[in-house]
Write a protein that binds this ligand. Structure first.
Ligand code: MEV
Length: 313
């Protein structure tokens, strides 16, 4: 055993398919450069110190989820922190709120830090499996997309295997990096609640949801080709179409709509909710640095925090 173990997990942004991936439809997501770092060292008693930057209500709202997630990770790794107490310190530059994969980044960073501390030499697949378990504590039934991005980073094509077997995870190569702005609505949402709500709406209106799913499936493959071929005009149209479908399943909100309108007035070519929705983050496509700067400034002027970043980490 080492004196201290360290591990990191990437934040993520979903370009296509949040909520739809839960039902086995393809999703496209990317790790972002911002990360959560976990440091774990032996201690007198078990302690979790959370120094991650976060929206004011995030840590309070997520306390129960975090405790459940921790328990699932420890049980799965068969680590007994009563017998062998540790101090876990969370930090990093990933600004925590819903929509940016913060809980998965935390789970991956902790799994990596334990692997480092106890010299377990776990590979990425094993880390991803642990992070998936941790996410069950947070999200309940989930697709596995967030933990996959948190662990592997990069731009990925993802299909959840509904039969419980291996998920499809394919790396998508970009011709050139894509500049985006992530704007924070300032509202934290409980992913589990929103996913359950979408499920009950789907059960209440099966035909509507079937139509929405078919609409989505008809363009998500083209979205992948647009990314691979660097066709940003087509990409922008398809991101907007995805957002229309997210509006239809009621996961947008007035803050997200205000952000998208301000961004488009300042040169963003597309915008959509990314992640859970009803708050959290909005992703804005800003195909040049000067547009990225202008869009971020305009959104900040409306009182929202932004992150200028690039897809494909
Ligand atoms: C949350 O980031 C993404 C959702 O699609 C849930 C999931 O994929 O597990 C809303």
């Amino acid at each position: 055993m080492k004196d201290k173990g360290t591990g990191a997990g990437f934040g993520k942004t979903i370009l296509f398919g949040e909520h739809f991936v839960v039902y086995g439809l393809p999703g496209i997501a990317s790790g972002i450069g911002d990360r959560t770092i976990a440091e774990i060292e032996p201690a007198e008693k078990y302690e979790l110190i959370d120094n991650r930057p976060a929206t004011p209500d995030y840590k309070q709202k997520k306390k129960g989820e975090m405790e459940r997630s921790m328990k699932m990770i420890l049980d799965f790794m068969r680590i007994d922190v009563e017998k062998n107490p540790v101090k876990i310190t969370l930090s990093g530059n990933l600004y925590c709120t819903s929509g940016v994969g913060a809980s998965a980044a935390m789970a991956t960073s902790i799994a990596r830090a334990f692997s480092d501390l106890y010299e377990l030499n776990l590979n990425d697949e094993q880390i991803n499996r642990i992070s998936y378990e941790g996410e069950k504590g947070t999200v309940g039934t989930h697709s596995g997309l967030d933990n996959t991005c948190a662990t592997f980073g990069g731009l990925i094509w993802f299909i959840k295997n509904l039969e419980g077997g291996e998920n499809t995870i394919e790396h998508i190569d970009l011709k050139e990096p894509i500049d985006i702005v992530l704007a924070n609505t300032g509202i934290s949402q409980d992913t589990k609640e929103v996913v359950m709500d979408v499920k009950s709406n789907k059960e209440a209106e099966p035909e509507k949801y079937e139509r929405i799913f078919r609409d989505y499936e008809a363009f998500v493959h083209e979205a992948r080709s647009a990314l691979e071929g660097g066709d940003f005009d087509r990409l922008a149209q398809l991101i907007d179409r995805n957002h229309e479908l997210l509006r239809e399943i009621t996961v947008s909100c007035k803050e997200a709509e205000e952000i998208i309108t301000a961004a488009k007035e300042n040169g963003a070519t597309a915008g959509k909710i990314t992640g859970t929705g009803r708050g959290g983050y909005v992703i804005l496509l800003t195909p040049r640095k000067d547009i990225q700067d202008r869009v971020a400034k305009a959104i900040e002027a409306k009182g929202y925090k932004t992150m200028k970043t690039t897809i494909g980490y």
